[in-house]
Structures are given as structure tokens and as C-alpha cells.
Design a binder for this molecule. Structure first.
Ligand code: GLA
Length: 377
């Protein structure tokens, strides 16, 4: 990817580009908890975006998306928003930096990626983090890492129409090889958690249903709105900290749908804490049980699954997989699976065959390698 990007840059704009990269992410558990002020447990992966960038001394950005073979050119004022949705991510990052007082100018860039698009692995966060990190570096802006993540999140909110939480951008910027990160999305405190399931005879693997998930214009924002309505009835800023008893007590003041959404989130808060505790004792069986509970909570109460993902989790269970669940926002994409070493090959063979038989195409398999966050190459 580095060579392809550098070569194309040289061909289009000449020499002197600097390469930057940011990864996609996995999330062990804690889904749809971030915008509820709860905990998440992500890690960065070895797949991401690579961009070659060189400042061009003008007030225009010239960008080329290598995987799409498309170019865009835009200015840095609010009215210059480009037409291409991929370019809006770059434009949004520039605008959000400017809103924070960062003085930036134009640049030329070519970028490419190997995070599968729409797989729930945060390809868009990888793109935002790459440019936020690079511009901060190239213009010496001195913006703190966590603020770089917020720049990506605000880009989604203000330029891409997704009212996402902070998890994806946070994980992409802060990732560390061999570590998951436990982030408290209320206090924004986090700590690195050494994580190497292979030491304990387990592997993590993603199975991509290849059902494309799209959070833009999706019911993602509706889910968030449900949670906010319930929190308001409870008199809280966030659902975080609410108990099932409190929820039962206001059941007749909220819709059935909002009730189900909140029930999932409150359960998920507890599951993240259970998983952290279990990991401290190397109790992978409990980790796996909670993963299945998350899957069916997301499917039945939060209603962000789809037939193919339910099928993948069901087959995983039949194959004796320790834990399996939808990963990310939902509506398609991957399941994340915690599998005993000795069952790994038979699970992959079996899930591939069964899925292909039912849906006419094989799922894609990605072994998880937990890697570093945003950096200059
Ligand atoms: C998407 C969002 C995140 C988070 C997850 C669900 O990836 O971008 O902020 O809400 O969905 O956990």
C-alpha cells in the first residue's frame, strides 16, 4: 500500500510527500455504550489507511482516492464542502481543526486503505484520524491526541451526518500493539490492557458477512435518540449508571421501543465490567458468554443485527466457539469471534461452507492482529 500510494503521489504531484497511517479497530465488548457515557473496550488493528501528503502553499486541497480512482479539489472555507462523500471526511477534518484555532493551508494527497469498507471496522475513523494526525504534525499545531479523536468525531457529526460516539476515532489514534484500551466515555479516562489470547490458547477472528453496513442516514442516529429520551425521563445526562430497576419504574412513561433500547444498553454496561473482571482472572469462558449475550441483545432489543449476522453467531455456537457477536454499529459487517486454538480450523471451514451454502457467497475471514495507532511512517 505504501509503495502504491507513494508512486501515485509522485506521478500526480511530484516528490517530497510524507506518509501517514491510521488503523481501523476491533471492539471486544461495549457496543453502543460510548454515546451513552459508558465503557468501551477497543483495540487498533493491522489494517488501515495510508496517505501521502505534501503541503502545497495554496489554500486548496487536491486529493486522490486511489482505491476509487477519483479525485477532488476543494477550498478550506465552510462553503467549499466537496461533492464526493469520501472527500467530506478530509474536508471535515480541516474545518474542525480550523474551528479549534488551527491555522492550516492547502495540501496535495493520495490515499488508499485496506480496512474493508462497511465491515464495522471503522474505515471512516481511520481516514479522519490519518488526516487529523498528519495536519497536526505537518503544521506543528500541538493538538493533544485525544482532541485529534474529537476532531474525527465532530467531522462525522457535522459533515457526514452520523451522530457517532468517540470509540472509533479514539481507538484509531491511541491504539497500541498487543493492547486493548478500556475507555470510560463519561470521564474520558482510559487505560491500556495487555491482551494476548494466544497465550491462553484462544484466537480472535472476524467473520465478515459482506452485508454492507452504512451508518450514514441509517437508524444509528435513531438508536441514539431513543437512549437520550430515556435518559431524560430518568433525569440523567446519560443512560450510564441507570439500573434495570430504574428502567422498570419508568416503563409506562416511555415507548416499548425505547424501553428495549435502554434495556440493551444497561445490560451492556454490566457486560463490559464483567468482561474486564473476567480477563483479569484469565477467565475466557465468561468473556465468551458475555459476547453471545451482547449479540442477542443487539439483535433482539437494539435491533441492529441482520439475518446473516444472526446466522454467523448461531453457527459459531454450534461449532463450540467460546464467544461470537456482531461488532461495531451493526446493520451488517463482521462478527468478532473468540475461538479455542484447537477449534479454529474446523470453525473457519464450517462457517465458510455453511454461509456459502445459504447465501451464495463465502464470508471473509480476518485474523485479528492488535496494532499501533496513528503515526508518521
Ligand atoms: C459505530 C460508532 C461508534 C459506536 C459503535 C457502536 O462504530 O462510530 O461510536 O457507537 O458504532 O458501538
Amino acid at each position: 500500500m505504501k509503495e502504491r500510494v507513494s508512486q501515485k503521489f509522485a506521478e500526480l504531484y511530484g516528490e517530497g510527500a510524507i506518509l501517514f497511517t491510521s488503523p481501523g479497530r476491533i471492539n471486544l465488548i461495549g457496543e453502543h455504550t460510548d454515546y451513552n457515557g459508558g465503557f468501551v473496550f477497543p483495540g487498533a488493528v493491522d489494517k488501515g489507511i495510508v496517505a501521502a501528503i505534501r503541503l502545497n502553499g495554496t489554500d486548496k486541497v487536491r486529493a486522490f482516492a486511489l482505491d476509487l480512482n477519483e479525485s477532488a479539489e476543494f477550498g478550506l472555507n465552510e462553503e467549499d464542502k466537496p461533492a464526493q462523500s469520501w472527500a467530506c471526511y478530509i474536508f471535515g477534518v480541516c474545518r474542525e481543526i480550523q474551528k479549534r484555532g488551527g491555522v492550516i493551508g492547502g495540501f496535495d494527497t493520495v490515499f488508499a486503505g485496506d480496512v474493508p469498507l462497511g465491515a464495522g471496522m471503522s474505515s471512516s475513523a481511520a481516514l479522519e484520524s490519518t488526516f487529523a494526525f498528519a495536519l497536526n504534525d505537518l503544521y506543528n499545531l500541538g493538538i493533544e491526541k485525544f482532541e485529534l479523536a474529537r476532531i474525527g468525531q465532530s467531522t462525522e457529526h457535522n459533515y457526514c451526518g452520523v451522530k457517532c460516539g468517540i470509540m472509533d476515532q479514539f481507538a484509531s489514534v491511541h491504539g497500541k500493539a498487543g493492547h486493548l484500551m478500556r475507555l470510560d466515555c463519561r470521564s474520558m479516562e482510559f487505560n491500556y490492557f495487555p491482551f494476548d489470547p494466544t497465550k491462553h490458547g484462544y484466537r480472535l477472528v472476524l467473520v465478515n458477512s459482506c452485508v454492507k453496513h452504512e451508518l450514514v442516514g441509517s437508524p444509528y442516529n435513531d438508536r441514539r435518540a431513543s437512549c437520550e429520551r430515556v435518559a431524560a425521563v430518568l433525569g440523567q445526562e446519560f443512560l450510564r449508571g441507570a439500573t434495570m430497576e430504574q428502567l422498570e419504574a419508568i416503563k409506562d412513561q416511555i415507548s416499548e421501543e425505547d424501553y428495549l433500547r435502554a434495556r440493551y444498553v444497561i445490560g451492556e454496561e454490566q457486560r463490559v465490567l464483567d468482561v474486564c473482571e473476567a480477563l483479569e482472572k484469565d477467565d475466557y469462558e465468561t468473556v465468551g458468554e458475555r459476547m453471545y449475550e451482547t449479540h442477542w441483545g443487539m439483535s433482539r432489543d437494539y435491533e441492529v443485527s441482520c439475518e446473516e449476522l444472526d446466522f454467523l453467531a448461531t453457527v459459531a455456537k454450534e461449532c463450540g466457539v467460546t464467544g461470537s457477536r456482531i461488532m461495531g454499529g451493526g446493520f451488517g459487517g463482521c462478527t468478532i469471534n473468540l475461538v479455542k486454538e484447537e477449534l479454529y480450523d474446523s470453525f473457519i471451514a464450517s462457517v465458510t461452507a455453511k454461509f456459502a451454502e445459504k447465501y451464495g457467497h463465502e464470508p471473509k475471514i480476518y485474523p485479528v492482529v492488535i496494532s499501533d495507532g496513528s503515526r508518521r511512517l
